[in-house]
Design a protein around this ligand. Structure first.
Ligand code: FES
Length: 170
């Protein structure tokens, strides 16, 4: 009789422990889904050797999640501050902007939207709506330029250097 009671209690304890563990795991998964951490799913990716880009040159890059990004060299120093990485998707209606070194700006051909070198809207519909080009963090390590991007798939370069250096800058 004692043994039967003991086994019954032991099975109740095991069942309660299993349920608590199952609901706990479910709660953790739901919490991670509802409240993801900010730096989760981001990674630094190699872009280019710093001395392979002249001042004023720009390259197009497609991130792992498919985002199109322009990376432009702005200064001679070779540090991360001498480069800028901005989304190349116009925040107005999604056309692709490109760097114009001769005008020191990004230009959207769809509705003549313009942005300064920092990605701040300066003309056209994006300026009217206060829509800037989102920036991406950059880092230089041992002469190599890296970009921090969200990770959802494999990354690849769309094309290497695509525009000529600005006159008198390179
Ligand atoms: S889509 Fe770029 S200005 Fe309209």
């Amino acid at each position: 009789m004692k043994r039967r009671r003991f086994l019954r209690r032991a099975s109740h304890v095991a069942m309660a422990t299993g349920l608590a563990g199952g609901y706990g795991a479910l709660g953790l998964i739901a919490g991670r889904f509802l409240f993801p951490s900010d730096d989760r799913g981001r990674v630094w990716q190699y872009l280019v050797d710093v001395d392979r880009m002249a001042v004023g040159q720009s390259l197009s890059y497609r991130g792992p999640a498919g985002e199109a990004i322009n990376v432009t060299r702005r200064g001679r120093g070779g540090g991360a501050d001498d480069f800028v990485a901005l989304s190349s998707t116009c925040p107005h209606l999604g056309c692709q902007v490109h760097w114009e070194p001769q005008n020191d700006r990004y230009f959207c051909p769809c509705h003549n939207g313009t942005f300064n070198a920092a990605g701040v809207a300066t003309g056209g519909p994006p300026f009217d709506a206060g829509q800037d080009l989102p920036p991406y963090p950059l880092r230089v390590d041992s002469g190599l330029l890296f970009i921090e991007v969200p990770v959802d798939a494999l990354a690849h370069l769309v094309s290497p250097v695509t525009s000529a250096p600005a006159a008198g800058t390179g």
